[in-house]
Ligand binder design. Structure first.
Ligand SMILES: C[S@@+](CC[C@H](N)C(=O)[O-])C[C@H]1O[C@@H](n2cnc3c(N)ncnc32)[C@H](O)[C@@H]1O
Length: 264
């Protein structure tokens, strides 16, 4: 028979063991619930607009995102320069918008488009605080046909594509809104519940008439730059993300751009 003190210690370690077990079960259940919600959200977004709510925007403004897809890096990748006109589709609270407006300067222009008023209000607040005057906000869903054709040098889709139910309509409107020789830069970041793989992005952009020119990054965060050719299927301008010191993953068909036509 155990002495009373040993019995007491035995009972205490039993209680501690079952408390740790319970905490583990709760943790696993919570993680499973979060994964189930993300999967359901991802699939439901194929049929209706279920955008990332404004109170979750912190998930895009933290060290992890800065390390993988910092706004300066994204602007370098797309070759954004002074005086350009940029369309930031699904701007969210303006993480990239404000940096882009600084980069294009007073002679350039940035249009921040989003379907959520709360996001655009935050963009306007940040723009005002930064003293910028070259940003216009636009409350609209991409694909609704509100953009003028041939009016932008660059367009951005950062962690947005998977949230758009009709991706083809959206990409076609961006294609029309870009000037010939303009670039759309698509970035996807894992584990965004709406993350799109590189092959999906390539398939979608090519269907919309773009030509893939450059890919940066890795599985966890990649950027694909795609080009709008002119009516004759030629690149209207020489394009490069010259500011970028990064090595591209693929540097594709650079020599063939002038000869290639969409659909060939
Ligand atoms: C995950 S956030 C990304 C925000 C920003 N691009 C960034 O990287 O910080 C996605 C944003 O896209 C917007 N969005 C979703 N569907 C859209 C659509 N069809 N047209 C325009 N914006 C859309 C959402 O409202 C949300 O603000």
């Amino acid at each position: 028979m155990r002495p009373p003190i040993a019995q007491f210690h035995h009972k205490r370690s039993d209680t501690r063991g079952s408390a740790v077990g319970l905490i583990l079960i709760i943790l696993v259940a919570l993680i499973a619930l979060i994964i189930a919600i993300c999967v359901a959200w991802r699939y439901a977004s194929r049929w209706c607009a279920l955008p990332c709510p404004w109170w979750l925007s912190w998930t895009l403004e933290n060290r992890y995102i800065r390390a993988l897809a910092d706004s300066r890096v994204l602007l370098d990748r797309m070759g954004l320069g002074v005086g350009m006109r940029l369309l930031d589709v699904g701007s969210g609270p303006g993480r990239v918008t404000v940096a882009a407006a600084r980069r294009v300067g007073p002679s350039g222009k940035v249009v921040a488009m989003d379907i959520q008023l709360a996001m655009l209000r935050e963009v306007e607040r940040r723009v005002a605080v930064s003293g910028l005057t070259n940003v216009r906000t636009m409350l609209s869903g991409i694909g609704e046909g509100k953009l003028e054709c041939d009016s932008f040098d660059r367009a951005l889709l950062v962690a947005v594509l998977g949230e758009i139910p009709n991706q083809q309509l959206a990409l076609q409107e961006i294609h029309c809104a870009l000037k010939p020789g303009g670039i759309l830069s698509v970035t996807e970041i894992f584990p965004d519940p709406h993350y799109q793989t590189q092959s999906t992005v390539r398939r979608l952009v090519e269907q919309a008439g773009f030509q893939v020119v450059r890919t940066f990054g890795n599985f966890f965060a990649f950027t694909i730059n795609v080009l709008k050719l002119d009516q004759n299927g030629r690149a209207a301008t020489v394009i490069d993300s010259a500011d970028s010191s990064e090595k591209p993953l693929h540097h594709e068909q650079r020599h063939n751009i002038a000869e290639s036509r969409p659909g060939r």
